[in-house]
Design a protein around this ligand. Sequence first.
Ligand code: NOJ
Ligand code: CA
Length: 674
Amino acid sequence: MRKPVPVIGAVCLLSALLLSASCSRRGPIRVVSPDGTIVLSFDLVDGVPTYGVDVDGSPFINPSALGMVASEGGPDLAGNFTFSRIGRYSTDEHWTMPWGENKEHYDHCNGAVITLDGKDGVMLRLRFRCYDDGIAFRYEYDAPVKDSIKIMDELTRFNLSQQGTLYSIPASFDTYELLYRTTSISDVPDAQTPATFRTLGGFYGSIHEANLTDFPEMTLRRVDSLSFIAALAPYPDGVKAYVGGHFLSPWRTVQIGRDAPSLVNSSLILNLNDPCKMEDTGWIRPLKYVGVWWGMHLGINSWTEDSRHGATTESAMRYIDFAADNNIDGVLFEGWNKGWETWGSGKSAFDFCLSAGDFDMEKVTRYAKERNVQYIIHYETGGNIPNFERQLDTALRWATAHGIHALKTGYAGGINDGYNHHGQYMVRHYRRVVRKCAEYGLMLDVHEPIKATGIRRTYPVMMTREGARGMEWNAWSEGNPPEHQTILPFTRLLGGPMDYTPGTFDILYKGIVGNPDLKVWNGRPSTECRVNTTLAKQIADWVVLYSPMQMASDLIENYDHPAFQFFRDYDADIDSSRMLQGEIGDYVVVERRAGEKFFLGAVTDENARTLTQSLDFLPEGPFTATIYADGPDADWLTNPTSYTITKRTVTRDDTLSLVLAAGGGQAVTFIPEK
Ligand code: NOJ
Ligand code: CA
């Protein structure tokens, strides 16, 4: 078994220069990226700490204030600081993940720890890091308090120095399942992170956070034309966070690139998380899965135990057989347990160890084992955290006793007692579940999660999560527009993998027309909905939208289709990846390697386009390329299911012409010819 994550380079923490204290220090302190192109400057202005960022000698972030605000009577965390000392260090470390879109990472930065003395014994250490592809900083406060400090606000500003285009969703403290807006930077009142922008000068940036462990999430509120301030998700009483006298904030991050793909081809967020804390990660394996799932979203099945119940023993056996026969590792069963009739009542009361009457857990898990298929257990909480936490240990122990090592959780519904989904109460809960999964041995896929900030490095059981509008929205709403998948990789997915669940082949839901059992369960009837892509783009999404648990989302009946061969051949255990070309909201081309196989995915927005792509990412030797493309007459709106499959021999000297229909895509497998 693979034991602790091996470090293949040496950590080079050169805390060498500890400059002596100087309270009268004047002028900014600079931290420069290893390649010299990015300069982070720190200064104290009238006792208030500030930072700014220059790229290639020009301002990128103008001087911006830093600080926090405690409740009345609490310590002054916002000002009255004097400079005490600075320690500088560098990192130069190669490290690996047991899985990931890239298993190897390089952490190379220059850092500084600036210590400031505040009023009444307050001390603030500002930890800055400057990478070649961005900057980060975090707060470490010490305050002499007896009990906890109530954090009422964070004062971090991001004063952008140039106008540009912003790609963002609104800042909601309760959901990320919102449509992306493409606006001027100065045209939004607020934004969720990752908030990605392209400046008029042609630079790319993305504001986010890393290592969100025990704090509310940070969103952005615009306070001036190009200026944002951190806005933390509150508790119901308005307090943002309860912290001790010594506390560390998450990292505040700004990725910086000269082109859009460089935001994606970056390890910055993972580098800012703690190394793996698990001793044994050898059992954690990326997987492909199908599931008793889409039928419920379409309204032909139900989660509850009625005549339309989806998760029956009979359907489970069929899905297990399908997985086993099609080189698919796992099956998800939603609605297998008791309590679904309470979902949405405001007092969900799921039982996490009790099967529905028509679902024979013993038989299903035994059969899954026999056929070497992983059972992915589903725990919808409905937002009732006390109910889930009360059962958590028992449920996880019970699941693993049944040979189950993968769990999908859900938090669809208002959280108990008025808590926000993204506040500190929930951040703590989500983290507790991650730790428990690490302890009991379950891989985790979270729906309605907290945003991804790189925790998977520390706990590699944290495989994937939703946290954006996924496939389900196509079943019961106007759906995700064709540009959606060309924005996600540059925004939501900068935080980490997403369980988007691509792969719906019955694009127009022809298979359910006239079904007398169809029910409208969440918005509009699914017969009035559709998937807003071509078929080839659904296949390409399996490559473009990285998830170490990658689902083929459709009803298995719809996979009696030649193009499903792509999913049979796909390997979710990716070794390395690269975005080859892309523009936010326009198009994306990605290549991924798994062992000796390579996969390419290309998607476009509502515009047809032809992209020229060199194959020089392949090693020497001929490969059989199987190309799943849009048919010549394909168009997401008028003819979405037209496709072609062609095979040819290629080498790294070849170039592919990727002809993408409007709302279309293309996927290619490259298998070495022996
Ligand atoms: C919302 C999740 O995103 C979806 O995947 C799941 O089917 C439902 N909640 C029910 O748990
Ligand atoms: Ca959801």
